[in-house]
Design a protein around this ligand. Structure first.
Ligand SMILES: [Zn+2]
Length: 315
């Protein structure tokens, strides 16, 4: 998979994943927009996950925000990555959550634990570091309580109400930042490819939960750059607060990200992709295709990575 804007920085990336990962972080800003109702909640709970946070940096107001927990983002995206691998390698036996192979590119990135003969439990740490994603707008503007009724099939009469559920409304924007520790250039491409191809998040993903992921920024440096909450607060200050008709959209968010948030980038050895470059990277990745031979190269380094870790565990 050739992505010129990333390939031209290949010197910065590691050549293969290693247990002694140098402090290199590819930090990615993502705008996640619901295109349908979505259920972001903890299992067996009908309430949407939420927390009170400062509205913005320029105000003392505190607002309640809807959340997509880091663990929920990770689970969905890892499943999508596994599916991508299985499409080309149908024999690859790697399944969440108890049959992880630790040898495939997905395990090398997301980590896992497995008992290996002679080495005991071998564990790989996740190198994809998620943060909670926050809604830009307050909870009461993005969440709706919907009453569900059961219809009796014989009488077609509506039975008693099944109860109320809270759902996040369509066209709600969440800000997410994801850092990948010491990635190879192919690992970053693979993550971005899977990110753009993951379309359903949240509980009950069969009926609802369609999300569009848009790339806001990519920074390569020696530290994790943006915090998701910090970017959310910047968006609130610049797009929502004191606006007569506050409106969120991708283009204005992209502007604020590059005019305001990028200012806070502090790490060394940085490569901050500019706005038009970020748009180009997304375009290139979306139109790219994962081939078996390309994935084969990733398998080679991920298998070696596991062997090194297993050998360390034996010592
Ligand atoms: Zn695996």
């Amino acid at each position: 998979m050739k992505i010129d804007l990333l390939d031209s920085e290949s010197e910065w990336f590691v050549k293969e994943p290693s247990p002694l990962a140098p402090a290199k972080y590819a930090t990615i800003g993502v705008l996640r927009r619901t295109l349908d109702y979505a259920a972001f909640r903890t299992e067996a709970d009908k309430y949407t996950n939420s927390v009170a946070t400062p509205a913005g940096r320029k105000t003392h107001d505190v607002i309640e925000r809807a959340l997509i927990l880091a663990s929920k983002q990770k689970a969905v995206e890892r499943r999508q990555q596994n599916k991508l691998v299985r499409d080309l390698y149908p024999d690859n036996e790697c399944y969440l959550k108890d049959y992880l192979c630790l040898e495939c590119p997905v395990c090398a990135l997301n980590g896992g634990i497995k008992a290996v003969k002679g080495a005991g439990d071998v564990s790989i740490k996740s190198r994809i570091l998620y943060q909670t994603a926050f809604s830009v707008l307050p909870f009461d503007q993005v969440v709706e309580s919907i009453t569900f009724n059961a219809v009796d099939e014989r009488t077609t009469k509506t039975d008693q109400a099944l109860g109320e559920r809270e759902l996040v409304k369509p066209d709600t924007y969440f800000v997410s930042t994801v850092s990948i520790l010491s990635p190879t250039v192919d690992e970053l491409k693979f993550y971005l490819y899977s990110l753009f191809n993951t379309t359903r998040y949240g509980a009950e993903t069969r009926g609802i939960g369609v999300i569009e992921n848009k790339l806001l920024g990519v920074v390569l440096s020696d530290t994790e750059e943006f915090s998701a909450l910090g970017v959310t607060m910047d968006f609130y200050d610049n797009l929502i607060a004191e606006k007569e008709n506050p409106q969120m959209n991708f283009v204005s968010a992209l502007d604020v990200f590059h005019d305001v948030c990028v200012e806070s980038v502090s790490g060394n050895g940085q490569r901050i992709y500019k706005k038009d470059e970020v748009v180009q990277i997304e375009k290139d990745i979306r139109s790219a295709e994962i081939t078996k031979s390309w994935l084969q190269g990733m398998f080679k380094t991920s298998k070696k990575f596991k062997d090194v870790i297993a050998a360390d565990a034996k010592k």
